[in-house]
Design a protein around this ligand. Structure first.
Ligand SMILES: O=C(O)CCC(=O)C(=O)O
Length: 246
């Protein structure tokens, strides 16, 4: 039986604004357990970044870490990504056949003024079919103060726009205007849902603690690299014919 129903307003928001919020899908203890599993990998990653001189890709030691391939390396995290809640949410927006495309924890430490730039997820690796779905799950409360995500309403509608590569990541707009876009604060166990074409950023973390998110991205089954036409190699089947993959 489905565990999550998408309300008409949430469907409408995805269509017109490009994002919506799903509240309290998971409990705080479930998020604490997931964070414990993730942190074995995140701590190791942080050490590797420090050993490599402080940066690795867009990760920066003691500032922000992007720790990927978690479901691929931990059976409990993989089982989490295949839970009925994800099947229900992703099939509601993507149709009956869905794969897990990418998953990563993004830990944002207290880091002064650095924001994560405005971008579309499609800018990192353009794929077909597009857009896919990004589920930004809060492991602890994400607030404006500690660097929650922000989105530009309606920005998904114009296709992939031009991005420039910056040391902080791909960027399509400057973050100088503090009034641009809307913040999407979410409590632990809730998630911001947006399309891979929705322009989003995250704010600076001006709190004393680490803001912890697990970003899980799902796509219509059979995703291909748009540039090469090749099948994406590491897809994990999650839903077929509208139901979970056993
Ligand atoms: O969680 C964050 O701070 C930003 C992450 C993000 O926007 C992304 O991974 O696309």
């Amino acid at each position: 039986m489905p565990t999550v129903t998408i309300a008409p307003e949430q469907r409408a928001a995805m269509k017109t604004q490009g994002f919506c919020v799903l509240e309290n899908l998971f409990s705080v203890p479930e998020m604490e357990r997931l964070a414990t599993l993730i942190e074995r990998f995140q701590r190791k990653h942080q050490e590797e970044i420090a050993a490599a001189g402080g940066t690795e890709g867009i990760s920066r030691a003691n500032e922000i870490t992007f720790t990927a391939y978690l479901a691929e390396n931990d059976p409990e995290i993989l089982a989490f990504c295949r839970r009925r809640e994800f099947v229900d949410v992703t099939t509601a927006f993507l149709g009956p056949d869905v794969d897990l495309y990418w998953n990563q924890a993004v830990y944002k430490m207290p880091e002064g003024e650095k924001q994560f730039p405005w971008h579309q997820d499609d800018a990192y690796t353009p794929v077909d079919p597009s857009p896919y779905l990004t589920l930004w799950l809060a492991l602890n409360d994400a607030t404006v103060e500690n660097g929650c995500v922000w989105a530009l309403p309606g920005s998904h509608a114009g296709g992939l726009i031009e991005h420039a590569q910056t040391p902080l990541g791909w960027a399509c707009h400057s973050t100088d205007d503090p009034d641009q876009g809307v913040p999407i604060p979410v409590s632990a166990g809730s998630m911001a849902v947006f399309w891979s074409l929705t322009v989003h950023k995250s704010g600076a973390n001006r709190s004393d603690g680490t803001r912890k998110a697990y970003i899980v991205q799902y796509a219509v089954a059979g995703l291909r690299n748009r540039a090469t036409g090749e099948a994406i190699a590491h897809l994990i089947p999650v839903a077929r014919n509208g139901g979970p993959v056993a």
